[in-house]
Design a protein around this ligand. Structure first.
Ligand SMILES: *[C@@H]1O[C@H](CO)[C@@H](O)[C@H](O)[C@H]1NC(C)=O
Ligand SMILES: *[C@@H]1O[C@H](CO)[C@@H](O)[C@H](O)[C@H]1NC(C)=O
Length: 490
């Protein structure tokens, strides 16, 4: 049967049919060509038209912002992680001389990256889109708070330009956010469509658009970004997927060390684009290597060195640090210890014994040499109603030896701080006076930041939970004397 079929085909093959095939192919090729270059053709034909065609609208946005070049990135996970990525983004924006688009504080674990060492991470496109969608959600729900409203960026403002994501959206997406201010629950669907289109563009879902958007595809599976390092550009990194992983997961990644300035700076295709969009900027040491960014001290570049010094520790905004100091002076009123006890989240619920034993030891010492009661500021994710049966209950009931202090969301201090950061009504009737940005309707959650700031002031010491990034943040604040005034109190 096979043989017969083949011979039939052969016999029908005439010069006329091959001409037909050739014309069809040519047509297909032309169509393909047209689609691929459609964006540029449409920009060329109507550079600033406001047609409803998504592609021409997108390109006109890029013309609008010509002259200023931006850097976007997609943070993830909890606040400490988001802060470390902000620092890396500041570094990248400075090296590449781009205006940093400052993202909002994302909800705890609203966006997850995955695991770099296991080569199992969300692609940069997916990550950018998730962050974008989450930001739109925060705007719609009136819960949007910028990282710059929590972290004080004044120390780096002379070294790098920044722009709030909301301002960037107004500029770039044809969405006047002020109309959203009136009633965020009533955002017109056409505006949301516009936003969605804008998000796909920025995420790289529509591909790279020449001179407009360059979406960085390289992530921790393929790349370690360096800057002015001694390595040859594109040298292999020390950490590669091992043979086992390669076989089991059919992983074909090769990790290379690439100079960020040479690959994405002047002279590169990326440099020409208005927006350079990274995925995650998360890095951390792993097996003697860095997962994604390896830009250590840079004695050969004063500007970068001074920036590295400045971003190592970035304080909270004064609204938060001042509120924490006030709490210490008016409520605790004595020298105190801070106990940061992470007891519920993830791995931490299995380590109660270790976590409490360190605290017990510390308190034993304090009880022997200090005046009683020993004041303790407790920062924990275990709700007070669940303390029964734990060491915390023991401490709380021993009133002659210990006095515990906690903060929670209903406290006056917490409420007032939240109010200062995001005034509930920016004007009469909830309409902001200067409504360039949507007005948050809900009080932001500032408890974590306040607690960290209070812990940074604890003069009797600090006991944290091993492996917690919150503990690391507090240690860093204490190392950098984030609470100098406290010295006068003790
Ligand atoms: C950095 O960018 C700004 C604004 O786009 C420009 O004025 C300046 O010349 C650039 N600096 C360098 C060193 O390229
Ligand atoms: C905390 O207490 C509530 C009831 O008061 C209970 O439902 C919950 O399971 C407890 N959680 C933990 C972690 O013990």
């Amino acid at each position: 049967m096979h043989g017969g079929g083949r011979s039939k085909w052969k016999s029908r093959k005439t010069s006329r049919s091959s001409l037909l095939i050739f014309s069809l192919l040519t047509l297909l090729f032309l169509l393909l060509f047209f689609f691929v270059f459609y964006e540029e053709i449409s920009t060329f034909i109507h550079p600033v038209s406001k047609t409803s065609s998504p592609l021409s609208t997108q390109s006109s946005q890029c013309l609008k912002t010509l002259g200023e070049r931006f850097l976007f990135y997609a943070p993830h996970s909890g606040f400490s992680n988001q802060l470390s990525e902000l620092k890396n983004a500041i570094l990248m924006a400075t090296i590449l001389n781009r205006t940093l688009i400052v993202p909002p504080v994302l909800d705890h674990h609203a966006v997850a990256l995955g695991s770099c060492p296991k080569f199992r991470v969300l692609s940069p496109n997916d990550l950018r889109l998730k962050v974008w969608d989450h930001a739109v959600e925060l705007i719609k729900e009136g819960r949007y708070i910028s990282m710059a409203e929590i972290i004080d960026l004044s120390s780096i403002s002379k070294l790098v330009r920044t722009m709030d994501l909301r301002d960037f959206v107004s500029l770039w997406c044809n969405v006047a956010l002020d109309s959203v201010c009136l009633d965020s629950s009533n955002v017109k669907s056409s505006r949301l469509d516009n936003l969605r289109q804008c998000g796909s563009l920025l995420s790289g879902l529509t591909g790279n658009v020449y001179k407009c958007v360059y979406a960085v595809d390289e992530d921790c599976r393929t790349t370690v970004w360096t800057y002015k390092s001694k390595d040859v550009d594109s040298a292999l990194d020390a950490f590669q997927p091992d043979e086992q992983l390669r076989l089991k997961k059919k992983i074909s990644y090769v990790r290379r060390r690439r100079d960020v300035y040479k690959n994405l700076g002047p002279g590169s295709a990326a440099h020409l684009s208005t927006v350079l969009a990274f995925g995650s900027l998360f890095t951390s040491p792993y097996r003697g290597s860095q997962l994604y960014i390896d830009i250590p001290e840079s004695p050969r570049d004063n500007r970068i060195q001074s920036l590295l010094d400045k971003i190592e520790f970035m304080p909270f905004v004064p609204e938060i640090t001042n509120a924490a100091k006030e709490f210490v002076q008016k409520v605790i009123k004595s020298p105190y210890l801070c106990a940061q006890l992470r007891l519920l989240d993830g791995q931490f619920k299995n380590h109660w014994k270790t976590t409490f034993s360190v605290l017990k030891l510390k308190l034993l010492g304090l009880k022997q040499k200090g005046t009683l009661p020993v004041h303790i500021f407790v920062m924990t994710d275990l709700p007070r109603s669940n303390w029964s049966g734990s060491y915390l209950e023991e401490l709380a009931s021993d009133e002659s030896s210990f006095k515990l202090h906690v903060l929670n969301n209903d406290d006056e201090f917490v409420r007032r701080t939240a109010e200062k950061i995001a005034p509930a009504s920016c004007g009469k009737g909830g309409i902001p006076d200067n409504c360039l940005r949507p007005c948050p309707h809900r009080r932001p959650d500032v408890l974590l930041y306040l607690e960290e700031a209070v812990c940074s002031c604890a003069s009797l010491g600090f006991v944290g939970t091993a492996g917690s990034t919150i503990a690391e943040s507090i240690e860093l604040m204490r190392k950098n004397s984030a609470c100098l005034e406290q010295k006068q109190i003790t």
